[in-house]
Design a protein around this ligand. Structure first.
Ligand SMILES: Cc1cc2nc3c(=O)[nH]c(=O)nc-3n(C[C@H](O)[C@H](O)[C@H](O)COP(=O)(O)OP(=O)(O)OC[C@H]3O[C@@H](n4cnc5c(N)ncnc54)[C@H](O)[C@@H]3O)c2cc1C
Length: 415
């Protein structure tokens, strides 16, 4: 307990794992501290049935051509599915005829053009939508799309943030049949000194570096890399020195949205074509996108975001299962009901170590990402998806931020 560790990494999500991978090659002592009983954070693959891997959190390798997890997977010999996602399609045009789909897509394009070419002075994504033709008709549709990508309502989203992400990302999205969460957790080097089930409850600045308080005692570090989510940081769950008030404020500017998944087992695949998608109700914001039999598995993955996820999950997991099944029955007919069974479900908002899905800057607060990524006095370094200026909200943004913070900490220690 009296020795001083060179670098303590707090949080074993994708950012913490990436930091530890880099530190494993450096000539310093390091320790990874994780509050929950497992490694991976918002990357979490579960197996609700044998041979079936599903990701409760991240599942897609977005911007795959530039995604560092692709290289990690390739080096580990993990297979990658490079098929194009069925997003944006409506299987058999169910309850969404081609003319309507065309009109909805045009509205999304117009809204994007407004944000790029005439960004509103308020930096509010809702104000850009008000100028796009067809807003009265397509606003609920847009709310669902924005809810999926940001976890927030349209009027809570910064235009600058949205554009920063769009301009740096590509349209290529790949998957891992064995689960992205599994890759993240298994990428932590075996030799990395890791303690799970040890929440950090407070940090105190010291002449030698930082004292970290945990329920099992106090640890001493020369430097700390803090990777916890913005909602955890803003919540005060970790008592921080007053010198870090600006970081806590930045974290609340970048709060996590609400995105959740329901997985349903498909008992008989008849009528459910693999690798297809349907939106439950294209004319409502309280609806989800249902990915039918992803990778050929007998499962429906229903994804809810923003307002829909908040409202549906507030009524409990059984309600969320019923909601998803009712949406599918409405589209596929009453016989679908007997064919679908609840399998597993996420609960990110309630998870005390995460408290939401992914970060989204409030209007005029995109700049807070730069504030949050700044180091404090060569002693405390910040990582995590929210600290990446353009790849926020992703598992690759988390990876890149973890590597960046690890390099900064090594520089500060001059090792
Ligand atoms: C439903 C959902 C779907 C998603 N889909 C995708 C996708 O398809 N593609 C994609 O790229 N991204 C996706 N994401 C986002 C992606 O999962 C995250 O951006 C990424 O995993 C965040 O990693 P992180 O290391 O920054 O944070 P986290 O994963 O939150 O890691 C932080 C860690 O800190 C720990 N911690 C918290 N408090 C303490 C404490 N007091 N002491 C010690 N440890 C603590 C937590 O338990 C956690 O393990 C999705 C997320 C969700 C929720």
């Amino acid at each position: 307990m009296h020795s001083i560790t060179d670098i303590v990494v707090v949080g074993a999500g994708a950012a913490g794992v990436a930091a530890m991978r880099l530190l494993a090659k450096a000539n310093c002592t390091s320790l990874l501290l994780e509050a929950s009983p497992r490694v991976g954070g918002r990357a979490w693959t579960v197996m609700p049935k044998s041979e079936l891997h599903v990701d409760l959190g991240c599942g897609w390798l977005h911007s795959a051509e530039q995604n560092p997890w692709v290289q990690v997977a390739e080096e580990a010999g993990v297979s990658i599915d490079r098929r194009q996602a069925a997003w944006g399609t409506q299987y058999q045009n169910l309850d969404f005829d081609p003319q309507e789909q065309k009109a909805a897509r045009k509205f999304l394009r117009d809204w994007n053009s407004e944000m790029l070419e005439r960004p509103p002075e308020t930096d509010n994504a809702s104000d850009a939508a008000l100028r796009a033709e067809g807003v009265d008709r397509w606003r609920p549709y847009l709310e669902r799309v924005v809810g999926a990508v940001s976890g927030k309502r349209l009027n809570e989203v910064s235009v600058t943030d949205f554009i920063n992400y769009r301009q740096a990302s590509t349209e290529t999205d790949w998957r891992l049949p064995e689960g992205l969460g599994h890759l993240v957790a298994s990428s932590l080097p075996r030799e990395a000194h890791t303690l799970v089930g040890i929440p950090v409850t407070g940090m105190v600045l010291e002449p030698f570096g930082v004292s970290l308080h945990t329920r099992s005692g106090t640890l001493r570090a020369r430097t700390v890399i803090l990777t916890v989510s913005t909602n955890v940081l803003a919540s005060g769950a970790i008592a921080l020195p007053t010198e870090l008030t600006d970081w806590r404020v930045a974290a609340s500017d970048l709060s996590l949205g609400c995105n959740e998944k329901v997985f349903l087992e498909v008992l008989s695949p008849l009528g459910f074509e693999p690798e297809t998608q349907v939106v439950g109700n294209p004319r409502s914001s309280l609806t989800g996108a249902h990915y039918i039999r992803p990778l050929g598995n007998n499962v429906v993955e229903s994804f809810y975001g923003g307002e829909a996820a908040s409202e549906i999950w507030a009524l409990g997991h059984n309600h969320a299962y019923d909601f998803a099944i009712n949406e599918l029955v409405r589209l596929f007919g009453s016989r679908a009901r007997a064919n679908l069974r609840p399998l597993t479900i996420s609960g990110w908002k309630q998870d005390p170590w995460v408290m939401g899905s992914y970060s989204c800057a409030a209007p005029r607060k995109s700049v807070s990402r730069t504030q949050l990524a700044r180091a404090y006095d060569g002693k405390i370094f910040f990582a995590g998806e929210a600290t990446h200026r353009t790849a926020f909200s992703t598992v690759h943004g988390a990876f890149l931020s973890g590597e960046r913070a690890a390099r900064e900490a090594l520089d500060a220690l001059s090792v």
